[in-house]
Design a protein around this ligand. Structure first.
Ligand SMILES: *[C@@H]1O[C@H](CO)[C@@H](O)[C@H](O)[C@H]1NC(C)=O
Ligand SMILES: *[C@@H]1O[C@H](CO)[C@@H](O)[C@H](O)[C@H]1NC(C)=O
Ligand SMILES: *[C@@H]1O[C@H](CO)[C@@H](O)[C@H](O)[C@H]1NC(C)=O
Length: 251
C-alpha cells in the first residue's frame, strides 16, 4: 500500500465499529484499483470513461508503465473486471512530493474504460461546497486479513476553521484544498488513499491523509474535488484535445 510505504503520516489504520464491509463493487461501482506491478497499490475514482482521479502521493514516484487501472472488482474479480494501461498522469502545478497537499492526480487510460451496468459506472462530481455537519459516505480499499476489499462508512463534514484549529495543536497545516470529515463516536482510520468521499451520490473528495496515531482524535483529510475542479477541467481539456490532434496527425 502506497500510503504506508512512503510517508508514515499517510496511513490508514484500524477498523472502526460502524464500518460497512466488505462491500460489493456494485454498491460503489466508480471505485477503481490502481495496481503497481500487478499488486494492489491505491484506490482511484472513475468520473468519466476516459478520466480517473487519485491522489498525487499514490502516483508521483511511480512510472506510469508500472501502474494499471483495475475496474469492476471488489473482493473477487468477476466477468466485468478489466485492466487498463495508462497513457498519462497529470499533477497540480504546485504539487511537491515532500509536502502532502495539492494531493490530486488526473489519470488518463490509453483506452476508454468500458462502463458496465452496476459494476463500472462513473460518479457524478459535486458542483458546490457543502456545509459542516453534512453527512458523507467514504468508501475505499482496505487490507483486511490479507485481502483487499471495499469498505464504506458514514462520516460528518467538519468546519474548516475547527479542523485547522485541531491540527494546529499538532503543528500540522490543513490547506485550502483540504476537506475534513470525522465520525461522531470513534473517529475513523478508514479507507486508504484514493478512496471517495460522496455526498448524495456526488464526488466531493478523495481520501488523502490521516495522521497516525492521531486518527482516533482528529478528522481525516480529503482532497476537495470542487477546489481542484478548475485544474481537473483544464487538464482534461488539454490532454484530451492533444490526443485528438496526435491521432489526426498520425493519419
Ligand atoms: C455482487 O453483487 C452482484 C449483483 O447483485 C452479484 O451477482 C455478485 O455475486 C456479488 N458479488 C459478491 C462478491 O458478493
Ligand atoms: C517499475 O517496474 C520495473 C519493472 O518491473 C521495476 O524494475 C522498477 O523498480 C519499478 N519502479 C518503481 C518505482 O516501482
Ligand atoms: C509545534 O511547534 C512549536 C514551535 O516550533 C513547538 O514549540 C511545539 O513543541 C510543537 N508542537 C508539537 C506538538 O510538535
Amino acid at each position: 500500500m502506497k500510503s504506508i510505504l512512503t510517508l508514515c503520516a499517510f496511513i490508514t489504520a484500524a477498523f472502526a465499529q460502524h464500518v460497512d464491509g466488505p462491500v460489493n463493487i456494485t454498491r460503489h461501482p466508480y471505485l477503481l484499483e490502481l495496481l503497481n506491478n500487478q499488486k494492489h497499490w491505491c484506490g482511484a475514482i472513475l468520473i468519466n470513461s476516459r478520466i480517473v482521479l487519485s491522489t498525487a502521493h499514490c502516483t508521483y514516484q511511480v512510472p506510469k508503465e508500472n501502474l494499471t487501472i483495475l475496474a469492476g472488482s471488489s473482493i473477487s474479480q468477476n466477468v466485468y473486471t478489466k485492466q487498463y494501461k495508462i497513457s498519462s498522469i497529470r499533477y497540480y502545478k504546485k504539487y511537491d512530493p515532500k509536502r502532502p497537499y495539492n494531493d490530486i492526480s488526473v489519470i488518463f487510460p490509453i483506452l476508454s474504460i468500458d462502463t458496465e451496468e452496476k459494476y463500472v459506472v462513473p460518479i457524478h462530481v459535486a458542483e458546490m461546497y457543502y456545509p459542516p455537519g453534512t453527512e458523507v459516505i467514504v468508501s475505499g480499499w482496505k487490507l483486511v486479513k490479507g485481502r483487499h476489499m471495499i469498505l464504506s462508512h458514514k462520516l460528518t463534514l467538519k468546519g474548516k476553521r475547527t479542523c485547522k484549529a485541531d491540527y494546529k495543536k499538532l503543528n500540522i497545516t490543513v490547506f485550502e484544498g483540504d476537506l475534513c470529515a470525522y465520525e461522531e463516536d470513534d473517529a475513523v482510520c478508514q479507507a486508504e488513499s484514493g478512496g471517495a468521499l460522496i455526498i448524495r451520490n456526488k464526488l466531493v473528495g478523495i481520501v488523502s491523509r490521516i495522521y497516525y496515531p492521531y486518527c482516533m482524535l482528529y478528522p481525516g483529510l480529503y482532497t476537495s474535488f470542487v477546489h481542484y475542479k478548475p485544474f481537473v477541467k483544464s487538464t482534461v481539456k488539454k490532454v484530451l484535445s492533444t490526443k485528438k490532434k496526435t491521432k489526426k496527425t498520425k493519419k
